[in-house]
Design a protein around this ligand. Structure first.
Ligand code: ADP
Ligand code: MG
Length: 721
């Protein structure tokens, strides 16, 4: 008798076991039984031999008439077997299987199943499946014909029928097994038992049975995942954190007094929540998701100042140098004299604000590191450079991560670890890509979620149009004129291109058109339609200082003598860039960008009081999915609506980015996008289970499932790093 933890080799023999291990890392009976069919084939309804159509999947009941063993030209053999049901006849064709002669003896009755093909003008079944009927056989021909045949994920070396045979052996050997799903959940959710489900997913006899088994097995995955997250959360909550509370007449109060606008209601509410959580003695873990331009930064700055007021430091991690530099400028601007502590004439309540990026000069970096270590810098803003070992905080009280989806969990962990070995900082992560709650939970781990759904008042809506460059070239010409007019009216514009340099022709896929490249377009525009305005160019391969220079000149704008009016750029400006005077954006080859990316990009305009205009230029053919995508982006400014559409069109892997990918790859049946309800229910169950029994002592089967998920995630992580 085998159970789920029996080694596969004890059930299937050494050779197959070795293949299962090398091809699919299957070692235990459980691994094997959870290697679910990719799809099922039906043998096909019972058919008369008189009316067979080419290509049909059929099952026929017939009698063997003759068996011929023939030599092939190339040295192999083939077996031609003629069967008949009295109305018609059909040839069964096998290759190199002469041993079938002892099975397929003339006169025997059987059920034969396969797909009808034609050879030498004769209809035949190649390598059919069959079941011979004799007096003792208890095969019901109708059941046989309608059964679902599992088709497994397979490889060249390990084919689906070998896997099927191994699974048959395992199912036969399987004794009583422990069910990791607690009985009360099975009952309340109406789920079948594990052993029933494992049999049924491999050998379903009806669609209903298959559905019931899939639902039950999805729950296994959902619950294990949610228990891992609940345990993580439970563990994190058990760490102490220093309570950081607002101080009357402190920096935060001075900041609020300087703020040139009032917080939106959403901002105030989130601020209140954050303030209450940071005032508690255990760490906050909050995800702040908000529409592009909804004002997440101010919320983060207020949280950082609260921490500084209580004597700690706050770190803000940004995914790119452009963004880090811009945050640095925006935050020092918002703080004004409050950001000058240490300087002559500085405000009493001020604090140091320090930028740390990879491209800084050695001297500047040394000074920054010193300020961080000494605590001079109350607010530290940086890129991945913040994660390096030598970055050592004096008292890290809050970690803010901007555009969370650009980072992996391990990077978050590195920064969080810098608060010291005996406590944790508070953590606030921010994302402008709105995603459904269950996806966020699964992708970003055990976080509480706040959402900013309204934009600050006074924003003018962005209007978006699709420009058909090939069909209506005059519309593109008009776009450039429009930019010049905007500049004449004192505004600025972006032109976004998908590539820096053009591709080599050999790198293009067949039928693929060359994408518009920055290197080609920039001179065309500056010598042509944009000759009268000041154009700057920016892309990701420029040196950090150069990017920064261009960005600053663009931010200074038209009024300034070395300002830039129009910025031609790749997607380095995709996230976060904030120049409120920019009103127009032209996106070239817009069909090459994803929905969320386009939405992010156009969020760069219309950030001030003047209305924003975004033109999506495309040469995609009419009625293509790309054109539909662009039409969708043009039709709404609702980021959540677009995100939902985007999720539908993309694979989950892209959606989740690098986060928790180890966990994700263990989800075989459950879909983070489509099984929201199961994941939600499982989360409630998991939190309950972990609260009562964090070590899962009372449910060893669940403990094992959870451990195996953690091991898989870890193995996946080791592979990546
Ligand atoms: P995002 O959420 O996309 O990061 P930002 O924090 O960059 O948005 O905010 C976008 C712009 O809106 C900034 O210029 C910011 O100063 C401004 N802003 C933020 N909150 C408000 C508010 N309550 N009223 C008016 N403007 C605001
Ligand atoms: Mg932002």
């Amino acid at each position: 008798m085998a159970d789920l933890s029996t080694q596969v080799v004890e059930v299937v023999g050494a050779k197959t076991a070795a293949l299962l291990k090398s091809e699919f890392e299957i070692e235990l009976v459980e691994d094997l039984l959870r290697h679910y069919p990719r799809r099922y084939e039906q043998r096909g309804a019972l058919t008369d031999l008189g009316n067979l159509e080419i290509g049909d999947h059929v099952t026929v009941q017939a009698q063997v008439k003759s068996f011929k063993n023939l030599k092939n030209a190339k040295g192999g053999t083939r077996q031609e077997v003629v069967i008949s049901d009295g109305q018609g006849s059909l040839t069964l064709m096998f290759f190199n299987q002469h041993w079938r002669e002892k099975d397929l003896v003339a006169g025997r009755q059987g059920l034969f199943a396969g797909q009808i093909s034609v050879f030498n003008n004769k209809r035949q079944l190649t390598h059919p499946e069959y079941e011979l009927l004799d007096d003792s056989a208890d095969v019901n021909p109708d059941d046989y014909a309608e059964a679902f045949l599992p088709v497994y994920p397979a490889t060249k070396k390990l084919q689906t029928w070998t896997i099927e045979r191994s699974i048959d052996l395992a199912l036969t050997a399987l004794g009583e097994i422990e069910d990791p799903l607690p009985a009360d959940i099975r009952k309340s959710e109406g789920l079948i038992d594990l052993d029933v489900a494992l049999h049924a997913i491999h050998k379903p006899t009806s669609l209903e049975q298959l559905e019931a088994s899939r639902l039950r097995l999805k729950w296994d995955e959902a619950l294990a995942l949610q228990v891992v997250l609940a345990k993580q959360r439970h563990e994190e909550d058990s760490w102490p954190a220093i309570a950081r509370s607002e101080k009357p007449d402190g920096l935060l109060a001075a900041f609020d007094a300087r703020l040139p606008f009032t917080l939106t209601q959403g901002q105030s509410e989130v601020a209140k929540t954050i303030s209450a959580e940071m005032a508690a003695g255990h760490p906050m873990h909050r995800l702040l998701q908000g529409e592009v331009g909804s004002g997440k930064t101010v919320v983060a700055v207020r949280a950082m100042l609260t921490v500084v007021d209580s004597g700690g430091q706050a770190a803000l991690l940004a995914p790119t140098e452009v963004l880090a530099a811009q945050h640095y400028r925006a935050i020092t601007n918002l703080l004004g004299p409050l950001a000058d502590r240490g300087k002559l004439g500085a405000h009493d309540e001020g604090t140091g604000v320090t930028l740390l990026t990879g491209s800084m000069t050695t001297a500047a970096r040394r000074q920054a590191l010193l300020d961080i270590t000494s605590g001079q810098a109350g607010i530290v803003i940086g890129t991945h450079a913040l994660l390096e070992d030598r970055v050592d905080f004096f008292d890290l009280g809050l970690v803010v991560i901007d555009e969370q989806h650009r980072f992996g969990v391990e990077q978050r962990a590195t920064l969080v670890g810098k608060a010291g070995s005996d406590r944790r900082p508070h953590v606030l992560v921010m994302t402008a890509t709105p995603i459904p709650r269950t996806v966020a939970m699964t992708a970003f781990g055990a976080l509480d979620i706040s959402t900013l759904s309204e934009l600050p008042a006074g924003r003018s809506p962005i209007t978006t149009h699709v420009v058909l460059a090939a069909e209506k070239p005059s519309h593109l010409a008009r776009a450039w004129e429009r930019i010049v007019e905007e500049v004449q009216a004192g505004h600025q514009a972006y032109v976004v291109v998908p590539r820096i340099a053009s591709q080599e022709d050999k790198d293009l896929k067949p039928g693929q058109r060359q994408a518009i490249a920055l290197e080609d377009l920039a001179p065309q525009l500056t010598e042509g339609p944009l000759a009268s305005v000041r154009v700057g160019v920016m892309h990701g391969q420029m040196a950090g200082a150069d990017k920064d220079d261009v960005m600053q000149r663009f931010a200074r704008g038209p009024a300034h003598e070395d300002g830039i009016d129009v910025l031609i750029s790749t997607t380095v400006i995709e996230v976060g860039v904030d120049v409120p005077n920019a009103t127009t954006m032209v996106i070239m080859d817009a069909d090459r960008f994803g929905i969320s990316q386009l939405h992010q990009l156009r969020g760069r305009v219309g950030r001030g009081s003047a209305p924003g205009l975004c033109l999506l230029v495309t040469e995609a053919p009419p009625f293509s999915p790309a054109r539909e995508r662009l039409a969708a982006v043009a039709s709404t400014n609702d980021g959540f609506e677009l995100a939902a559409l985007d999720l539908e069109q993309r694979r989950e892997g892209d959606v989740l980015g690098r986060n928790q990918s180890g966990m994700r790859s263990s989800l075989k049946l459950v879909s983070i996008l489509r099984d929201e309800e199961i994941l939600d229910q499982a989360r409630i169950a998991a939190v309950n289970i972990v609260a009562k029994d964090p070590e899962l002592n009372s449910n060893p089967a669940l403990a094992r499932a959870v451990q195996s998920l953690i091991d898989q995630a870890r193995a996946e992580f080791v592979k990546k790093s």
